[in-house]
Write a protein that binds this ligand. Sequence first.
Ligand SMILES: Cc1cc2nc3c(=O)[nH]c(=O)nc-3n(C[C@H](O)[C@H](O)[C@H](O)COP(=O)(O)OP(=O)(O)OC[C@H]3O[C@@H](n4cnc5c(N)ncnc54)[C@H](O)[C@@H]3O)c2cc1C
Length: 435
Amino acid sequence: MIKTKSGNIILITSLVITMIFWLMFQFKLEEFPLFFLVQLTQITALIGTLLLSWSMLLMTRLNFLERLFDGLDKVYKTHKNVSIWGMIIITLHIVILAIQRVPNFSSAIKIFFPVHNQTYINLGVWSFWLFVFFVLTTLLMKKIKLPYHIWKYLHKATGIALILAFIHIILNPGDISSISVLNIWLLFTTGTGIASWIYFEFFYKLLAVSYYYRVTKIKKESEVFKIQLAPVDKKMKYKPGQFAYLSFINSKLSREIHPFTITSHPDENELSFAIKVLGDYTKTLDKLKINDIARIWGPYGSFANKFLKFNKDAIFIGGGIGIAPFISMIKEANKKPINNRRLSIFYCTKYKCEACFDNDFKKDAQKNLNISYLNKCSREGGRLTIPEIIKRVREINNTLIYICGPNRMADPLKKNLIIHGFPKTNIISESFGLL
Ligand SMILES: Cc1cc2nc3c(=O)[nH]c(=O)nc-3n(C[C@H](O)[C@H](O)[C@H](O)COP(=O)(O)OP(=O)(O)OC[C@H]3O[C@@H](n4cnc5c(N)ncnc54)[C@H](O)[C@@H]3O)c2cc1C
């Protein structure tokens, strides 16, 4: 049975509440169906703004959201879906406004441009185009090769669009002229959205719990920096498979915050990460020095929850640096050999020389008879196949399949595993792109 996340239930409830309040306090039965289009513009404005407010709240990385949506990756997935739906519904709102003006086509087209005498309409139009711009740049960023840090700066301004939408609704003389429960609800939801944006963009670094660590070891192996850090004072508590946001304090490095998976085990005193050189920021990590200080926010994620909770056999499939979350999970399994659960590790790289954790896994497999290990090199011995995975499975319903790696590897694997009878709920995957 698929478990509905409580976050989704709350989200849907907020939509239903908005509809009920609209029906109770704004909808006029006597105007239906004559003013049906006007009524549609009202409800689309309300639902669209509510979804965009949710989208702001879901950006904040607040702990309770992780619990409600079952991990930060799911929170961000919902953030993306809610933003897209918000934009579609707001687009519908403006299209219906245009349809109302037909057959006066010049007036219908004018509705899409900020050239009106009433300021509140112009603000609404600006808000609409800003949202269209943000959502489209997010959806197309890979196609148009927009660098992530530039996208991030553009994305920072989404809150301005929500503020404009809010003023648009407040100043609209037809809709929000009197105090009603609907208006209070609107004020509360949009206010939460705007406050979330302000918190995340201006106060996250200041207010979110963070830890200071000192770099104690840096080792570079085949384009991967293995970095170890010791706590300066307070130690961060975490679970295997979780990740954290890091920012290094070094004048030669940008202060950008980037997410990386923790490869150490919670029982270790030092924290470690494996960081693959990929783009603008990770390329500069060779400037990092021993004793540099790192500020760390976290931990986040619930990737390993099922593995930690149930004593089931597990298959770990890590593509490239996607092997990172399994390192700490394997350490956890090694601490409880009595559990007799079987672990199969598939480390998928292009070439053998890229497998910088190969020796560690070989040692794990030698020491622990419940662990089997295979490094699959796509350019040397071919890609990992379903029969190779099935060979390691004792009982299909009692085996957790964990996949972490690029979507082009994870998606077809997941599909094929489901075709071969693996329960969907036993396949857990994480992608290193939160977008
Ligand atoms: C949950 C999670 C865990 C991760 N764990 C690891 C790990 O253990 N080891 C590792 O090498 N990489 C990991 N990554 C990926 C790592 O965050 C990116 O490779 C890194 O941020 C790239 O930055 P860049 O400027 O060098 O590259 P860019 O070319 O600027 O970015 C490449 C891609 O990385 C992602 N990215 C970049 N900056 C950020 C950011 N600030 N926040 C979120 N995503 C970003 C985007 O998808 C982007 O398209 C993880 C990512 C996530 C989301």
